[in-house]
Structure formats: C-alpha cells, structure tokens
Design a protein around this ligand. Structure first.
Ligand code: DGJ
Length: 535
C-alpha cells in the first residue's frame, strides 16, 4: 500500500515538474529580473545617440534597456544588412553593465508598418496592405501575405543569427520583443483580398458572427504569424520572447483600438496559436494600473510590463508589480526623455527593489512552484491613490492595514486634488517580522480578533483624540477578548547582496506614532524592518 502511494507521489511530482518546464521551456523566464527603461522610438537611430544615452541609463540605476532594432535601418537596401546600430547598442550596454531587450520593429509597430524599409513599402503589389471593409488600404502590411512574412522573417532570421554570433555565451541580450503593439485599426479584421480568401476558406469557424468574433479570428492569424517568427528565434538563439499590447481602454470596441493584438481578453487565443512566445505583456498608459497588471499575471503568463507612462508614480508602480505579482520586470517608456523629477522615482524604487532581489526571487519561486505567479507566498504589493487608499492584508493571524500616507490627517499635501501614488512591497521574513520597501504608505499590524474589535478613531499627530471623540476611542461596552500585536521596533535598513540587513536608524516615537504603525512618507523611499510582539 505504502509503495503504491509513494509511486503516485513520485508520478505526480514528475508530471508537475515536467509541466512547469514545458510551460516555460524556451528562454528561461525565471532568470529575468528587469529593472528596465524603454528608450523613446528614435533614440537609438545613430551611433552618437546610442553613445550618449546608454551611460545615462546606467546612471539612472536601470539594469536593462529596452531598445528598438529598426528594420528600415538594418536593411535599407533589400538583402543588404547593416548591423552598426545593433552592435553599438550591445557594445555600449556591456561597457555600462546593462542588459538589452531588443524590440523588433519589423512589419508592425503600433499596428502600422512604418518601420518597413522603403523598398518594401513601395512594392504594395508584392507586399499587400491590410484593408478596411470598404476597401481602403491601410499602412498595415497584411498578415495573410506569405511574401510579407518571408521578407520579415528573412531579416529577423539574420538579426537572430547576428545576435547569437555576438552574444551567445555572454548574455547581454536578455529578451526579444517580436514586433510592437500588433493590432488592426479602423476595422476589427483585415478585409484585403488575401484575408478574404482565408476567411472564405477557414471561415470564422469557431468565432461568433460579431465584431468580437472578427477580432478573435484576426488574433488567431496574428498569433500564427508571430509563432512562425518565434520558432525561428528559438531555434537560433534561445532567449525569452514576448509580444506587447496596447490596452483596449475606456470601453472602446474592436476596430477602435489596435484590435486582435495580445490583449487580455484574447490571451487564450494568443497562447494557443503562439505557444513559443513566453510572455504576453501589457503596455500600461491609462488609468487603472492595478487592474491591467492583474489581467496579465496569469498561471501561464508571468507579468512583465515593458511600457508604462514615465511619471512620478512609476517608482511605486514598479514596487507594486514586483510585490503583488512577482513580476519579471518593469519598464517606463521614453525614460531617456523624462525629466529628472520623474526619473528620480524610478531610480529610488529600483534601488529598493535591487536590495530586495533575493527576497523577491524566493517569493516568486515559491509562487511558481505552486503553479501560479500570484500564489500566497508571504509577499504582497500595495498601491494607493486618493480614491483607492486602503487595503487590509490577511496573513494568517496577522492583519496588516495598509493605507496611503496622506490618510494620516496631518500632512498638508493631502489637501491636493490629486495625490502622488503610494506603494510598497511587503514581505514576511518570519512570523511577526516584515520588510516594507516603498514610498507613501502607512501600515498597522493587528491580530485578527483585535481587528474585529477595532473601532473607528481619528488621532492627531500627538496621538490625542479629537475633542468630543473620546467615546469612540474607548471600549464600547463589550469585554475585550484575545491578544494584541505591538510593534517591537521599526528599523530603517539596507539589504546587502546576501540578504542580510544593515541597520541605518530606528524609527520610534514620532516616527512610528509611538508604536502604532510603520510609515514612509510620500516622496521618500525606504526599507523598513518591522518586528512585532504579542501581548
Ligand atoms: C506605445 C508604443 O509601443 C511605443 O513604441 C510608443 O509609440 C508609445 N506607445 C508612445 O506612447
């Protein structure tokens, strides 16, 4: 009986580990830890610009730069390849101890085919365009043309071979993005003659007769196209591969946003028809950062955010993505053009995330072993703004009430119409012991029973209740039961590369509201080590 049980145990373990490695076989995504920044579109089109920008990116504290590889500049004459820019990016990255993610600006960039070389653009007979339903040609090469695919694939193959020759065994290139924000515009699907032919042949098949169905059908064909490129890349140089998507925000309908790209609602189609692509990644510019991120942190899709508006909130958003979703990376867009007032927040947050790396990677591993990127693993991310200002985390018997810093009633900046966002990574080190790495947050710790018996109270900075508010702060007649959690100490710390904590200073007295909470002001970036005790 015992032997049989053991057999099944081993069988399940083997199956599970095979499943894990099958899901992420190519390109070891687990190794990715991208503190990134994406360059603005034209920033790497000359050697002089590359030379200028790369040291600047290193000085900002990035470990990875996302840089376009431009088809029009690589193959200005059909069949003749120029690797000057690609090589320069790699050389300068190495000089500055940076990793590179190349963005293949091939046939599609933000839906359009603007990065195709002129010889390709001009020959619309050989390289046909996608069309709207009423026959208007778009500056979008048709995904249904084998000639289009072959032209794209030829140069992409050369690119991958070139990267393999230059980088195999060194590993400066950590990932490849295939195309950029693929999607149909104006209509939900391509109506060009080639597309129509395919449509008649395969029909909508399993997709409904609606514009949503059109989008799904189109998504299948974009995914099939990308899959062929992904297989080429994988055979030549085995680095992780991803595709990025512009979000279908603000209730737009298919055709009104770049449709049929790797959007969350099309993820099952993209996963099915482009299985070699490791990651579907969201470009998050619109409001609702948390919601978009959540939709892409899936059991079969680790979260990587290749583009996000570079602003004063970028730092805390990065902390949230790593803390809550065990993200593989984060990258504000056009970081090379952003003012120092904004990039400062990226630099500060990355300084914390870099120190937290061991803890984050361990938590990520734990989650992934459970088969999901967001399993309970003793780590959380919080992100707050003026509207969304509180979250209660339940960690066994400990309740962590986390809030935006401006919920403390004494900071004059709280009166502003809009609040700079606050956020943090919260990591349980051991029982009753936490690390909080963040900015603009306050955290209270209570036992479950204490939280249930909690009464609403507003205390001033001095800890006094407001006049006439005393009754609210005293017992409500019922007898108190259970134990309470107190703060043993709150220390500001630095974390060494091996994970050990180095004491900077103690936050007691006014700095932890006489033992009531741990907090980090808006604009400050700190790691707090909180030790609790019960009484
Ligand atoms: C998303 C694209 O992927 C980028 O290349 C750039 O065009 C930005 N949008 C601009 O906001």
């Amino acid at each position: 009986m015992k032997t049989v049980k053991l057999f099944w145990l081993f069988a399940v373990m083997i199956l599970f580990s095979a499943n894990v490695s099958a899901k992420h076989s190519g390109g070891d995504v687990n190794r990715l830890f991208i503190l990134g920044g994406e360059l603005s579109n034209s920033a790497a089109t000359s050697v002089a610009d590359i030379d200028e920008v790369m040291p600047r990116m290193a000085a900002l504290g990035l470990n990875t730069v996302l840089v376009p590889a431009y088809w029009d500049l690589i193959e200005p004459v059909e069949g003749q390849y120029d690797w000057t820019l690609v090589d320069r990016v790699i050389d300068k990255a190495r000089e500055n101890r940076l990793q590179v993610v190349f963005l293949w600006f091939g046939v599609w960039k933000n839906s359009m085919s603007c990065y195709a070389p002129l010889w390709f653009k001009q020959d619309t007979r050989k390289y046909p365009r996608a069309m709207t339903q009423n026959g208007k040609p778009l500056e979008i090469a048709s995904a249904f043309s084998e000639e289009v695919f072959q032209a794209d694939c030829r140069v992409f193959t050369r690119l991958m071979k070139h990267l393999a020759a230059k980088d195999k065994g060194i590993g400066t290139v950590s990932m490849i993005q295939i195309e950029n924000e693929i999607g149909m515009l104006e209509d939900a699907r391509d109506h060009s003659p080639l597309a129509e032919k395919e449509y008649q042949k395969s029909g909508r098949g399993r997709y409904p007769a609606t514009i949503e169905g059109d989008e799904q059908w189109m998504a299948e064909h974009y995914a099939r196209y990308v899959e062929r490129l992904a297989q080429v890349a994988r055979r030549i140089y085995d680095v992780p591969l991803y595709v990025n998507a512009a979000m279908n925000s603000r209730g737009r309908k298919p055709g009104e946003y770049p449709s049929a790209g790797p959007l969350a609602h099309l993820a099952p189609i993209w996963k099915k028809y482009a299985p070699t692509v490791d990651i579907l990644a969201p470009d998050i510019y619109d409001t609702g950062f948390k919601g978009w991120a959540r939709q892409y942190a899936l059991p079969d899709n680790p979260l990587f955010i290749p583009e996000s508006r570079c602003c004063e909130n970028s730092g805390v958003r990065a902390l949230y993505a790593f803390g809550q979703f065990d993200a593989l990376g984060f990258s504000p867009f056009a970081i090379d053009e952003a003012p120092a007032a904004d990039t400062r927040h990226v630099t500060e947050a990355y300084r914390l995330i870099r120190q937290m790396k061991n803890y984050i990677v361990n938590a990520r591993q734990k989650a992934w072993q459970k088969g999901h990127w967001q399993q309970e693993n003793g780590q959380w991310g919080v992100l707050f703004d003026r509207e969304d200002r509180e979250e209660v985390i339940s960690d066994g018997s400990v309740m962590l009430t986390c809030r935006h810093f401006f919920t403390l009633p004494w900071d004059a900046r709280a009166k502003a119409e809009q609040w700079a966002e606050g956020g943090a990574i919260i990591h349980r080190m051991a029982e009753n012991e936490y690390l909080i790495a963040g900015s603009g947050v306050v955290v209270e710790f209570k036992t479950k029973s204490e939280k249930q018996q909690e009464e609403q109270k507003v205390l001033g900075e001095d800890g006094f209740a407001e006049k006439g508010n005393a009754a609210k702060t005293s017992a409500n007649g019922k007898r108190w039961t259970g134990r309470r959690l107190g703060i043993g100490y709150v220390d500001q710390v630095e974390i060494a590369a091996d994970g050990t904590l180095k004491f900077i200073r103690r936050d007691n007295g006014d700095q932890d509201h006489q033992g009531r909470h741990a907090r980090i002001s808006v604009g400050e970036y700190k790691i707090l080590h909180v030790k609790l005790y019960e009484y």
